[in-house]
Design a protein around this ligand. Structure first.
Ligand code: ZN
Length: 301
């Protein structure tokens, strides 16, 4: 009889752990991370990896999206490409990595990439109606990120789940495709890649041959099902990236794994064309069609 309460305790403890360990998170860490250089920062929500000199991936492994933001430093200033989910405080992390003035530019303005924009004063935005609408903030998409099975482990201390929303932010500089951002000793070209969203961009550091692909390409299911997705535009954008000169030597995507081989770009072009020509049989789940290729897939309506 004495051990009975202990048994209950153990059962409860095990159950609560199980609730915080959905299937996707049992597979973490993804094998690719073993080869990356981890930067030790004291933070329970973010992990930081140094990808190249002056290029840091800021990864959020505790939420299903596994979002990756990037800090890119020049000699005069730094650019933060995306600000993550807004669940942990990314500004605190950035301040540990650089003392340079930091500007923000979003790979696109879906909620999981603009969550901490509100903490920054200097923000670039693509000159589109979609960007302007998202800068007003929203709550629905943010709340969906906390649905059962979305969180792996614990939320940061003091985080208020009920109040969680994407806070409004103010864009201070408007950009168009072809614009360049000079960080001092490093220039990034803004490549408009509409498709996933109307304001999707890739950023090309031609000198170092690094291509930040946003959500246009990453290893995993690429979301192409939302109302704002334009498939014709997506095909053109991927063709543009596959034809870049000089060829990038590394892709830095915005989800799952921060490094990918540029050889994927022409494969994505071929794959999406096969899908559109009806040559690939999809897996249908919850009304969505997933077209599966090696290491990536397209999740469509
Ligand atoms: Zn997105």
């Amino acid at each position: 009889m004495k051990c009975f309460p202990i048994l209950i305790l153990i059962t409860c403890f095990t159950l609560s752990l199980a609730a915080q360990k959905p299937d996707w998170c049992k597979k973490l860490p993804r094998p690719a991370y073993a080869k990356l250089e981890r930067v030790p920062i004291a933070n329970n929500w973010f992990e930081v990896y140094k990808i190249r000199p002056g290029v840091f991936a800021i990864y959020e492994p505790h939420q299903f999206e596994e979002v990756i933001s990037y800090l890119i430093a020049g000699s005069n200033r730094a650019l933060l490409v995306d600000t993550g989910m807004g669940i942990g405080n990314i500004k605190e992390v950035v301040e540990k990595l650089t003392t340079l003035p930091v500007s923000v530019l979003n790979s696109h303005t879906h909620n999981d990439h603009v969550g901490d924009n509100w903490r920054f004063n200097d923000i670039y935005g693509m000159d589109t109606a979609f960007t302007r609408a998202n800068a007003r903030g929203s709550k629905t998409d943010a709340q969906a990120e906390l649905a059962p099975g979305e969180i792996c482990g614990s939320l940061p201390k003091g985080f208020d789940s009920k109040a969680y929303s994407t806070k409004p932010f103010r864009i201070t500089h408007w950009l168009n495709g072809g614009d360049k951002i000079n960080l001092g000793g490093r220039t990034l070209e803004v490549i408009a890649t509409p498709g996933h969203t109307p304001d999707a961009i890739a950023l090309f550091d031609a000198q170092n041959r690094l291509l930040f692909t946003g959500d246009s390409f990453y290893l995993g299911p690429i979301y192409l099902y939302r109302p704002e997705t334009d498939l014709d535009a997506y095909v053109s954008s991927m063709q543009k990236l596959a034809a870049l000169a000089p060829h990038p030597e590394l892709l830095l995507p915005s989800h799952n794994v921060p490094v990918a081989d540029p050889a994927y770009l022409p494969r994505v072009v071929t794959a999406i064309q096969e899908v559109r020509q009806g040559e690939i049989k999809p897996i249908v789940t919850d009304g969505k069609h997933e077209y599966v290729f090696k290491d990536f897939s397209f999740l469509m309506r």
